[in-house]
Design a protein around this ligand. Structure first.
Ligand SMILES: *Cc1c(COP(=O)(O)O)cnc(C)c1O
Length: 335
């Protein structure tokens, strides 16, 4: 199957599996898994943060961030389509009694800081206490502008807010902007990064930040049932992903741009195609039966998620031929 639904569908490569097989392990709840310790150390260093904690998923990593920044009755400001707000089961409310204050994203994936300022609640018993601003990078495949990040940092300093980055696809942003990840992460108190998306690891995310907050996160991870034992088996895949799969993201981005160009050249009146800034192409359809197209593609071993706005994602398990084949089959399915 040629799968464009998400970059989470990648399978571990043979090299990655070999690293997993030979990983040194120990009981990580006792802090004794050398491979987990190594992954946490190299990731913290890479992000320019003091400390990091390895967790099962980006959802868990973001939830831990919310739990360490906010207490019961506190509030965080987040995008209306933000993953931590919309796609994580309301975990902040469920486990933390933390109130989200969602705001609409601007077209470029930023939150208008004037709107954020207006959403900050006065210090008054009527209101939740606004504690945290949460940004996402990339947001819908768009890297946030670097000057916006430094404005957001000064804004948070002025308003006494902490700043968390949901960096599930942080490396896609740094590769697209051609900057070191620290150029992005320097502005944030905490950063969550996924190894199981474009980087191709089977499991795992890390929350990075100051020692005291990561210590607090370690306690909450245990409470959430996320303490793992010989997790070096999966941490080894993560180390391999960081070592070997960051530089190749550029190839995913080039393939997304190619898909974008080829589909635009069809000049189909019912299709509007967004710029591919990283590994995603968004196609908005009108008067087109997208479900029929998805079924026809499936018969040709191609998977897409049908909808009014279709997201195509390139990744480690797709090559140039797959892209060519997709474009040709998609073109046929459109008629
Ligand atoms: C996928 C994703 C997450 C969560 O990752 P899981 O590992 O699937 O829990 C968080 N934020 C964003 C923006 C994501 O795309």
């Amino acid at each position: 199957m040629i799968d464009f639904r998400s970059d989470t569908v990648t399978k571990p490569t043979n090299d990655m599996r070999a690293k997993m097989l030979s990983a040194q392990v120990g009981d990580d709840v006792y802090g004794e898994d050398p491979t987990v310790n190594e992954l946490e150390k190299v990731t913290a260093k890479c992000m320019g943060k003091e400390s990091a904690i390895f967790v099962s998923s980006g959802t868990q990593s973001n939830l831990l961030a919310l739990l360490v920044h906010c207490e019961r009755g506190d509030e965080y400001i987040v995008g209306q389509q933000g993953h931590t707000y919309k796609y994580e089961g309301g975990g902040a409310a469920v486990f933390g009694s933390i109130q989200p204050q969602p705001l609409d994203y601007e077209g470029n994936g930023t939150l208008d800081l004037n709107a954020v300022a207006e959403a900050i609640k006065p210090d008054d018993p009527h209101f939740a206490r606004t504690k945290l601003l949460c940004l996402e990078n990339t947001q819908a495949g768009q890297p946030l502008p670097l000057d916006y990040l430094s404005e957001a940092r000064s804004f948070c300093n002025r308003h006494n807010l902490s700043l968390h980055l949901d960096g599930a696809r942080l490396f896609n942003a740094s590769v697209a902007l051609r900057v070191d990840v620290q150029v992005i992460t320097q502005h944030f108190d905490t950063v969550s990064v996924c190894l199981s998306k474009g980087l191709g690891a089977p499991v795992g995310s890390l929350l990075c930040g100051p020692v005291d907050l990561i210590k607090k996160a370690r306690r909450w991870r245990k409470v959430l049932g996320g303490g793992m034992r010989q997790a070096g088996i999966i941490a080894a895949a993560g180390i391999h992903a960081l070592d070997c799969h960051v530089s190749r993201l550029e190839a995913d981005h080039a393939r997304a741009r190619l898909i974008c160009e080829k589909l635009r050249s069809l000049n189909h009146p019912g299709m509007q195609i967004s710029d591919a800034q990283t590994n995603m192409v968004f196609i908005s359809f009108h008067d087109v039966d997208v479900h029929a197209i998805a079924s026809r593609l499936k018969e040709k071993d191609i998977l897409i998620t049908p909808g009014k706005r279709v997201r195509l994602v390139t990744h480690l398990d797709l090559n140039d031929q797959d892209v060519e084949y997709f474009v040709s089959e998609f073109t046929k399915a459109l008629d």
